[in-house]
Write a protein that binds this ligand. Structure first.
Ligand code: ZN
Ligand code: ZN
Length: 278
């Protein structure tokens, strides 16, 4: 079934959509009817094509891929985009090197498609003004993205080991914030993961818990923040309802009401979710 993605193109030009979110694969789309970008391509190319088509987006409209880091759940299809398809792949030098070394990236990124970016230095992809910022994680390097388009600021930060001043600075600029809420601390503690893996997840270079995400979001909330999407939820140590309620309670403890002051959504694994038009 072809869903109408741009039913009111006069008023609402842009769409933001999560194609998949979580350790089994991450991919986000932002674009207009003729031009768009992807942030991370950690699912199969056929699945990306299929999901985009379902939302009326042609693969030919993709003008670039922004990569956060070199873990496979974020780069599975990156060599397909940057190889035969010749779509520019934007990543820091370190992340590009990590992609080259990743055994799942069987095809090389073409030299002209290999676009090296620097943290804190803004660049443009057509209508999109993009700035990468540092996010601590146990990959070779990891960045979040601030994307400005049509008067809106979208900020994405995922695989967050710990909150930093830099993350705070960028998150505060968001009208629309995609932010990691990876695990519930009790579910992780009582779960079946080996101790070494549990320690990795809670470390300052691992992932962010619902509790810490919720407290952070309540701290940085400002009236220009319209919508929060909780991303990269763990399949084993979290549940969409648990993440939602934990973050909601942290927000409400500070007098910020979901549905009234801010919209809150949890993104699903393995299928499109979210969808925001502006
Ligand atoms: Zn990840
Ligand atoms: Zn990661």
């Amino acid at each position: 079934m072809q869903l109408e993605l741009f039913p009111n193109s006069q008023k609402k030009k842009y769409k933001l959509l999560s194609l998949s979110s979580g350790s089994s694969g991450n991919c986000y789309y932002l674009g207009s009817s003729d031009r768009g970008i992807l942030i991370d391509v950690g699912i199969g190319i056929r699945t990306i094509k299929k999901h985009l088509r379902e939302y009326g987006v042609a693969l030919e409209s993709i003008m670039g891929v922004l990569v956060t880091h070199d873990h496979t759940d974020h780069i599975k299809s990156v060599s397909a985009f940057g190889g035969k398809m010749n779509i520019p792949i934007y990543a820091t030098e370190a992340v590009h090197n990590g992609i080259t070394r990743n055994r799942f990236c069987t095809e090389a990124i073409n030299a002209p498609s290999r676009r090296v970016i620097q943290k804190g230095v803004s660049f443009s992809i057509f209508d999109f003004e993009v700035t990468a910022f540092d996010v601590p994680h146990d990959s070779i390097e990891n960045v979040g993205y601030q994307i400005k388009v049509d008067g809106q600021t979208i900020v994405l930060a995922t695989d967050i080991g710990r909150i930093t001043d830099e993350i705070t600075l960028y998150a505060k600029t968001a009208n629309h914030l995609i932010f990691e809420s990876n695990y519930d601390i009790d579910m992780l503690r009582n779960g079946s993961y080996p101790e070494i893996l549990k320690r990795r997840i809670v470390s300052g270079n691992g992932h962010l818990s619902n509790e810490v995400a919720g407290e952070f979001l309540a701290d940085i909330f400002d009236s220009h923040l319209n919508e929060i999407w909780l991303c990269h939820l763990s399949n084993d140590n979290n549940h969409p309802e648990v993440a939602f309620k934990t973050v909601q309670s942290k927000l409400e403890a500070k007098g910020i009401f979901v549905g009234k002051d801010v919209q809150l959504k949890t993104l699903l694994r393995g299928k499109p979710s979210g969808l925001k038009e502006f």
